[in-house]
Design a protein around this ligand. Structure first.
Ligand SMILES: [Fe+2]
Length: 306
C-alpha cells in the first residue's frame, strides 16, 4: 500500500510560542520525509528477489521500514494533539487521575521525562496499555522504542528538529511551551478509540500468586497436581500439602476450616478448577491459584525440592 500524508488539524500560526516556520518545517520535512521514505522502502522491498538478495540487505531495509513507519505514526500522533490550549477533562482526565494520582502529577512526570531527553533525542509517549488497562508514560530513545501492547495517545517529539529553530538547545523551554498547546479534545478522542479497540485482557479466574504471597497466612494452599505431574516436577511450594485430586472425597472433609482454600495444579486449568468445585460442594470457600504452579514460579513464589 501507499501511505498517504495526514493533513494538519490546526493552523501552525495559531500556536502559542511555537513559530509557524518551525512547525511547518517539522511537518513537511520530518513527518513528510518519514512517509516518503516508508513508501520508497516498501517499494524496494516488494521488488527484491528474495532468493538472491543477501540477508544483510533484507535486514537493513526491514529495519529502515520499521524506523520510518513508527516515525510516521508518532509524528501523526504528535501533530494531532497540538492546536489547543485547554486542560484535560471528562474520561481522559479521570483516567489520568486514576493512573497518575492527579493531572498535575502526570504533567510533572511527563515533562520531566521530556526534559531529561533534552541532551539527546527520542519521544515521550502517553500510551494506553491494553495489558494493564491503564495509561502509561513511555520513554523512547528513538522511533523503534514502543511499548509492545500500547497505543500512543499523545507523543512529545524530543528530536532537535522539533525545537531547535525556535529554542536552540533549550529543550526545557520547548517542552514547557509545547505543553501549553495541547488539544485535549483530539487527544481524548484518540484515548476513547484506543480504549474501545483494545479492552483490557480480563484477568484469569482465581486468586493470583501475588495475592497469595501478600497474605499467605490468610489462605490454606493445597497442591492438587495429578500424581504423575507432582512426582515428575521434583518441587513443591514449601509447607503446602499435596493431595491426590482423584481422591477428594477421602481428604477433602479433613481439611482445616476457617480459611479460604486455594488449590493449585500445574497451570490452573481443569484439575484445580474441578478440585475447587468439589471442595465448595463440601462447604469450603475454595478457589484456584490462577495460572497454577507455573504462574507461582513466574511471580517469584518460593519452591523447594521434594
Ligand atoms: Fe519530529
Amino acid at each position: 500500500m501507499t501511505h498517504a500524508i495526514t493533513p494538519l488539524s490546526f493552523k501552525p500560526s495559531r500556536l502559542d510560542g511555537l513559530s509557524a516556520k518551525l512547525v511547518s518545517s517539522h511537518y513537511v520535512n520530518n513527518y513528510g520525509g518519514a512517509v516518503r521514505r516508508l513508501n520508497a522502502i516498501e517499494k524496494r522491498l516488494d521488488s527484491l528477489d528474495l532468493a538472491t538478495e543477501p540477508n544483510f540487505a533484507i535486514n537493513g531495509l526491514a529495519r529502515e521500514a520499521l524506523i520510518a513507519h513508527n516515525s510516521m505514526i508518532l509524528h501523526e500522533v504528535h501533530f494531532d494533539g497540538l492546536g489547543g490550549k485547554d486542560e484535560p477533562s471528562g474520561p481522559i482526565a479521570e483516567a489520568i487521575t486514576r493512573d497518575f494520582q492527579s493531572v498535575e502529577r502526570w504533567r510533572k512526570r511527563f515533562t520531566a521525562m521530556g526534559k531529561a531527553l533534552g541532551g539527546g533525542s527520542g519521544w515521550v509517549i502517553l500510551a494506553w496499555s491494553r495489558r494493564d488497562g491503564r495509561l502509561v508514560n513511555q520513554w523512547a530513545a528513538d522511533h523503534t522504542h514502543v511499548l509492545a501492547d500500547a497505543e500512543p495517545i499523545w507523543a512529545l517529539d524530543m528530536y532537535e528538529h522539533a525545537y531547535h529553530l525556535d529554542f536552540g538547545a533549550d529543550a526545557g523551554r520547548y517542552v514547557d511551551t509545547v505543553m501549553r498547546n495541547l488539544h485535549w479534545g483530539r487527544i481524548s478522542q484518540r484515548f476513547e478509540t484506543a480504549k474501545a479497540r483494545r479492552a483490557p485482557i480480563p484477568p484469569s479466574s482465581g486468586i493470583t500468586p501475588e495475592e497469595v504471597l501478600a497474605d499467605r497466612t490468610a489462605m490454606l494452599l493445597v497442591d492438587v497436581r495429578l500424581p504423575d505431574d507432582y512426582a515428575a516436577s521434583g518441587m513443591r511450594i514449601p509447607d503446602v500439602a499435596w493431595h491426590d485430586p482423584g481422591r477428594i472425597e477421602e481428604w477433602g472433609p479433613r481439611l482445616s476450616r476457617g480459611r479460604k482454600v486455594i488449590v493449585s495444579c500445574v497451570y490452573g486449568f481443569e484439575v484445580s478448577l474441578e478440585a475447587a468445585a468439589a471442595l465448595r460442594r463440601l462447604g469450603y470457600d475454595a478457589d484456584i491459584l490462577a495460572g497454577g504452579l507455573a504462574a507461582w514460579r513466574a511471580a517469584g513464589g518460593p519452591t523447594e525440592a521434594i
